[in-house]
Design a protein around this ligand. Sequence first.
Ligand SMILES: Cc1cc2nc3c(=O)[nH]c(=O)nc-3n(C[C@H](O)[C@H](O)[C@H](O)COP(=O)(O)O)c2cc1C
Length: 205
Amino acid sequence: MSSQKRYVVGVSGASGSPYAASAIRALINLGHVVHVVFTPIAKQVWNHELDESISSFVDSFSDTEKTRLIIENNSNLGAAISSGSFRHDGMLVVPCSVKCLAGIANGYAGSLIERAADVSLKERFPLILALRETPLNLIHIENMAKVTKAGAIVLPASPGFYHKNTTAQGLIDFVAGKALDLLGETGHDLFTRWKTEDITGESDA
Ligand SMILES: Cc1cc2nc3c(=O)[nH]c(=O)nc-3n(C[C@H](O)[C@H](O)[C@H](O)COP(=O)(O)O)c2cc1C
């Protein structure tokens, strides 16, 4: 296991709670400390999409793992992750709603997720936004450009199919795995990595 790191995971009210569940579980399985912040709507979407409450998700971890899974209150702007003096190794917003994107792109910092993301940008901590919306309007695209210029990485929640694990869980884990890769956490087994010999069939060459 690599040395223990500390990550922040923001979960906003876009569709895609299974991506968050997969990413959080993988970070905990890798031995890291994870601060998780849900928006109020994210909790409703989570219950709807996963048919599981957040407390039963937390209860699915062992007592030791639970000590590394810290559920934050999105209204608590006094939480440690609200301050740049509190150091961590990166923040993932998964799924990221277009509202949350707008808040981050415009430096609004009115909730703990927005503030922690704003702090991540100013402190140059990695910030990965797993955006989930389709189609996109110009406001979304301009906000994506703004956060990218400010140092965030926009990770569209759009799974690939080339890894051949096209079960729903395989596609969920592909997106979660890309998010972990971007945090520098490449030791996960959320998908099988591409190898040259994987390509088959004829080409024009
Ligand atoms: C079931 C459900 C699915 C939603 N899916 C999306 C989505 O995929 N993308 C998005 O940007 N908003 C989506 N929304 C709307 C957001 O929840 C809404 O814009 C909300 O204000 C986001 O607030 P938050 O970012 O503070 O969580 C969805 C809402 C519901 C109830």
